[in-house]
Design a protein around this ligand. Structure first.
Ligand SMILES: [Zn+2]
Length: 287
């Protein structure tokens, strides 16, 4: 199974459960597979949940101490394991290490994101709002999803050139980009330090600016051949030393190419695009 199939399976699943309200009813998803949702008071802090089968019934257990957003993600991730028939692969590894995450876990995250932020509900609302972090906050609130997962999916479905970047300890881990930004060649390499002249770097260094701030586009995008400036908004999450960054162009279009060289415009290295899915920020195992 590949990610695209997982996405399609998830969309079908959402349609079958007919959960058209907001936030999407995770309980309805669990019920749809004949499952029972349990809130466990005694799980350790770093254990989000697990599931097991007993007498043909699926029991999905989530950590009662986790935030509601996290519990919803855990429940949907477990539903994914059951619906997709994928066994858990829960070896310990850094959560951001997308490349080394077991495939089954990635597929279940992809599936879970579709359940939490269903395309047919999410996309129209993205288009309604002005681009900016407050739109992400609003959507995260309405869908009861994390800011990170919402922002990631937000940039991915956006029509205008737009990127949502997750950095950890001042290093870019992941960037979700809209189709138009990918086509314009807006490439943000992972494992690169967050550029010093950005709002994101200043917030991490203790700055208090609210943003948005304007910065030359080639500060963020490598091999950028269009010039211009991007608007940048950012959040610094001190507890995890994480920075969330949103980039877009004021007129919602990428500037034209500076030098109309006739060589191919689309040479960016192949990066696996995530469909707006991020694993949870923990270095511990997840089921
Ligand atoms: Zn899992």
């Amino acid at each position: 199974m590949d990610e695209f199939s997982a996405v399609l399976r998830a969309r079908n699943f959402v349609r079958e459960t007919d959960s058209s309200g907001l936030p999407p009813a995770v309980e309805a998803y669990v019920r749809h597979i004949g499952g029972v949702l349990r809130y466990e008071p005694d799980l350790p802090d770093d254990e989000p949940g697990y599931s097991f089968e007993s007498n043909g019934k699926h029991f999905i257990c989530v950590n009662e101490k986790d935030s509601e957003e996290r519990q919803r993600f855990t429940a949907c991730h477990e539903v994914a394991h059951i619906v997709l028939g994928l066994p858990s692969e829960h070896s310990a590894m850094p959560w951001w290490s997308y490349a080394s995450r077991p495939k089954n876990e990635i597929l279940c995250d992809v599936f879970a994101a579709e359940l939490l932020l269903p395309k047919q509900l999410f996309e129209p609302l993205v288009r309604e709002e002005q681009i900016g972090f407050s739109a992400i906050d609003e959507l995260a609130h309405r869908f009861l999803a994390s800011t990170t997962a919402t922002g990631s999916r937000y940039a991915f479905v956006m029509d205008a050139p737009c990127a949502f970047i997750l950095s950890q300890k001042g290093v870019v881990r992941y960037a979700s980009r809209s189709k138009s930004l990918r086509e314009a060649g807006g490439w943000i390499p992972p494992r690169r330090e967050v550029p010093r002249e950005t709002l994101s770097a200043r917030l991490r260094a203790g700055g208090k600016e609210a943003g948005p701030d304007e910065v030359a586009a080639d500060v963020w995008f490598s091999d950028w051949r269009r010039g211009g400036e991007v608007l940048e908004e950012a959040r610094y999450l001190r507890a995890w030393d994480q920075t969330l960054t949103l980039l877009w162009f004021e007129d919602e279009e990428a500037p034209p190419l500076l030098h109309d060289t006739s060589d191919t415009e689309d040479e960016e290295p192949l990066l696996r695009e995530l469909d707006g899915v991020l694993p949870w920020p923990t270095k511990r195992r997840r089921r």
